[in-house]
Design a protein around this ligand. Structure first.
Ligand code: GDP
Ligand code: ZN
Length: 384
């Protein structure tokens, strides 16, 4: 291969999208492995190393593999040669539109185009909080080449299609479930669902009770008794008021240095809390429609906001109901650790529903296990 040919091939290689590129590298790795296996006289452990070629970093191939990649490419029909792309850089997705995403790269926000595949599978394949590898096509156009594997995620099924996963946020350390008192009133049932989804996705939960200014201390204590089961489970609970600027330091401390998400019904005050913590954000705040105690939909898409000091928070649109993505009946009790703490069900695989000698049902009767939590369990089980 002449240098000139090599250059043309390298140019063509850089114009491929991530899927085409991955396929190409896989084929090259296979071809190299085959060729090496034929001539291989090295001891067994060296062959084992070769097996690892399947897991090589395709973006930074060793030179020898690159040779094979170019060989494979030269045998293929030439795809159209695009403008030269420059090296991959890694950034964080801070917002997503229909065909593009906003990515923060080296402290600057860049609009990056999504590949066709990524745009089609946008709900599950890319989310705010994702780390992505970006290539530049020329000086102007940035493209998202790859979405890096996620550390954590918060998912739910698409409300219109239960078989479609919708990833709400990616890579968050903490998910703050924001609830309010009075307007809208406190409903722990949604918290139960969120806790399951948060634990399954690998993040830590925090419950944030906003609008505490709307009740006097006695009434507030009474209202917050509903949260006692979560306290017993060790979920941190922060009381605050965006209006009265109470509890904001506690909230800051709970989220300090972390990537967090605010989730919950619209109208509970997620945007107000963010504004209270950092007024420069100037987020639009909705008015609670009279009668329903529900907010109008002010936040329509998730946005990652930098609160300073290493704290980043993703504000998410309010949702009314929260489905559980591919949860099975067998798995469900794992997310009710207080059930596991009760021992003595007659049947080892007791579903704590119809079985005789169920220690969990007895614990509900005696008040040891929260009846509300048990009822949520039954409801979710019935819906699976
Ligand atoms: P979001 O939909 O969860 O982002 O809620 P918003 O921040 O848009 O707030 C919804 C409504 O609740 C607005 O009218 C806010 O002024 C009001 N609100 C927010 N926080 C508080 C609070 O701490 N106390 C009271 N009384 N009202 C609040
Ligand atoms: Zn049982």
């Amino acid at each position: 291969m002449t240098n000139e040919e090599k250059k043309t091939l390298e140019k063509r290689l850089s114009s491929l999208d991530s899927n085409e590129r991955n396929r190409l590298y896989k084929r090259a790795a296979q071809m190299r492995k085959l060729a090496q296996a034929k001539t291989n006289t090295r001891p067994r452990h060296a062959q084992l190393e070769l097996e690892d070629d399947d897991r090589i970093d395709f973006r930074k191939p060793r030179p020898a593999l690159l040779e094979w990649v170019l060989k494979v490419l030269s045998q293929d029909d030439a795809p159209s040669v695009g403008t030269i792309e420059t090296a991959l850089r890694v950034g964080t997705v801070v917002a997503i539109g229909p065909r593009s995403a906003e990515v923060v790269l080296d402290g600057k926000t860049l609009t990056c185009l999504l590949s066709k595949e990524l745009a089609e599978r946008q709900q599950s394949e890319i989310a705010v909080g994702d780390e992505v590898e970006v290539t530049m096509r020329g000086a102007e156009t940035a493209l998202i080449a790859t979405v890096r594997p996620r550390r954590t995620k918060l998912s739910r099924p698409d409300p219109g299609n239960a078989n479609q996963e919708r990833v709400i946020v990616a890579n968050v350390d903490v998910v703050a479930v924001v609830v309010s008192v009075v307007s809208p009133p406190l409903h722990p049932r949604l918290i139960d669902r969120y806790l399951i989804a948060i634990r399954r996705g690998g993040a830590e939960p925090v419950i944030c009770v906003n609008k505490t200014d709307l009740l006097d201390e006695g009434a507030l204590v009474e209202e917050l008794k509903q949260l006692a089961p979560y306290e017993r489970l060790g979920v941190p609970i922060v009381r605050c008021s965006a209006s009265a600027r109470n509890g904001l330091d506690e909230l800051r401390i709970a989220l300090e240095g972390k990537l967090a998400a605010f989730v919950g019904h619209s109208g509970v005050g997620k945007s107000s809390l963010l504004n209270a913590m950092k007024p420069e954000l100037g987020l639009a705040v909705g008015t609670v429609s009279e009668g329903y105690g529900r907010g109008t939909h002010t936040t329509t898409r998730s946005t990652l906001l930098d609160l300073g000091g290493g704290t980043r928070i993703i504000d998410t649109p309010g949702i009314r109901s929260f489905g559980l993505w591919q949860l099975t009946a067998e798995e469900l009790p794992w997310y009710f650790p207080e059930f596991a703490a009760v021992t003595g069900c007659k049947f080892r695989d007791c579903s704590h529903t119809h079985e005789p000698g169920c220690a969990v049902k007895e614990a509900v009767e005696s008040g040891e296990v929260s009846r509300d939590r048990y009822e949520t369990y039954i409801r979710i089980l019935e819906s699976l």
